[in-house]
Design a protein around this ligand. Structure first.
Ligand code: SF4
Length: 393
């Protein structure tokens, strides 16, 4: 079957966002449970992997799935570790496959985000780079098992800003050795370097990581819930004072610099994940076409109510079929990660839940939208749990 026939067959199907996973890292960080493997910088498997991923992207384009894709994100792992030539080639392939893409982000780490890589990202048509900084304190970086030094991170962030790409920095709080003072320094220095976007996360000590082996069952004071809340609040203050507004629980941006790709995840936009460990989410029409790309996908249960949305990851090859009600509850839950919240009308069959959340001070209703309050952010699990219960009713 040729591409034209495929395209016709996919009428009404397609995704708005594309995620490409690059599962290689120079070394595993002490806290990391992401899908990535320590890989030699000259390992030929990276070239083979990129070529495989590029052909899957081209196939998805041939099937007509990427015609309306407006955001793309190359994440990892450490995409910058691919080097200028492989990463540039991947970005060009995405550009070619997604004619309407308006935001194209690549994740990068300071040690491999060289001038060559940056120049090639610009030339190939990336619009944004998201840098894994985590901390600007050398002792903290060593404790996290990161391979870069604070000086290198500062210098590379400045270089990235200098290219004109939109630059985001990931920062981590409630980590070993961190004090409020050192966290404040990391935040202020990052902002002073001119980045337009910052994501802040409290460290999660995940089972199966070296950090868990060291501290897992202990109540470590530097990672307590109170410390996490204090550090997140402090980040809020410093970043908002510096002109970066919070638009999501952990994301701050200058005007117009918010990450459209991440917002696609929180607003029910269909997305396709390509590469080892990539996640996808889509409706029935798109799923039926994507099955021609991923032959291991099962047939969906029949009837629109039984499988309104499918989620799967290429890592475990398991598909989750959500019915209409579950898909709706998931939309509400994800939408509540954003400061702008969700339209009140979307809660029309869940009025008692909204009333109870308002009474508990977790949400407020403003201008026809249900928005999380400050307590709602802090007690996120309670808020999201109450919304997810709607799926079961
Ligand atoms: S660089 Fe990122 S993906 Fe790689 S090991 Fe560290 S935290 Fe994990």
């Amino acid at each position: 079957m040729g591409p034209m026939t495929d395209r016709a067959a996919s009428h009404g199907a397609g995704v708005g966002a594309l995620y490409v996973h690059v599962p290689f890292c120079v070394r595993k960080c002490a806290y990391c449970d992401f899908a990535s493997e320590a890989t030699r910088r000259d390992d030929p498997c990276m070239g083979e992997y990129v070529s495989d991923v590029r052909s899957q992207i081209a196939q998805a384009a041939d099937l007509g799935l990427l015609e309306n894709c407006v955001t793309a994100y190359v994440g990892g792992g450490t995409p910058s570790m691919l080097g200028a030539s492989l990463l540039g080639g991947l970005v060009r392939a995405i550009r070619e496959a997604c004619p309407r893409v308006a935001e194209l982000t690549c994740e990068a780490n300071p040690d491999s985000m060289t001038d060559d890589v940056l120049a090639e990202l610009v030339a190939a048509g990336a619009t944004r780079v998201s840098v894994g900084v985590q901390s600007l304190d050398d002792r903290e970086l060593v404790a996290l098992g990161r391979i870069h030094k604070a000086d290198q991170a500062r210098e590379r962030l400045a270089a990235a800003v200098g290219t004109g790409l939109d630059v985001s920095a990931d920062l981590m709080c409630a980590i070993p050795h961190q004090t409020m003072r050192s966290w404040d320094d990391t935040l202020r220095q990052t902002v002073d370097l001119g980045v337009g976007h910052v994501s802040v996360y409290p460290l999660a000590i995940e089972e199966g990581t070296p950090l868990y082996d060291r501290y897992g069952e202990d109540d470590v004071p530097w990672n307590s819930e109170d410390v996490q809340a204090d550090r997140m609040e402090h980040a809020h203050k410093v970043l908002e004072d510096a002109g970066l507004a919070r638009y999501e629980v952990a994301s701050y941006a200058r005007d117009g610099k918010d990450c459209k790709h991440n917002q696609a995840y929180w607003t029910g936009v269909e997305y396709l994940g390509v590469g080892h460990g990539a996640a996808s989410m889509m409706g029935a029409k798109t799923y039926d076409v994507v099955r021609r790309l991923y032959h291991w996908l099962p047939t969906r249960p029949q009837g629109p109510a039984s499988a309104a949305r499918m989620r799967f990851s290429t890592l475990d090859q398991e598909v989750e079929f959500l019915n209409r009600r579950q898909a709706w509850a998931e939309d509400l839950m994800l939408g509540m990660r954003m400061t702008r919240g969700v339209e009140l009308s979307r809660f029309s069959c869940a009025k008692p839940t909204v009333e109870s959340l308002v009474a508990r001070g977790l949400v407020e209703v403003i201008d026809g939208r249900v928005r999380p309050t400050h307590d709602g952010w802090l007690l996120g699990n309670e808020l999201y749990g109450a919304l997810w219960e709607l799926a079961e009713e």
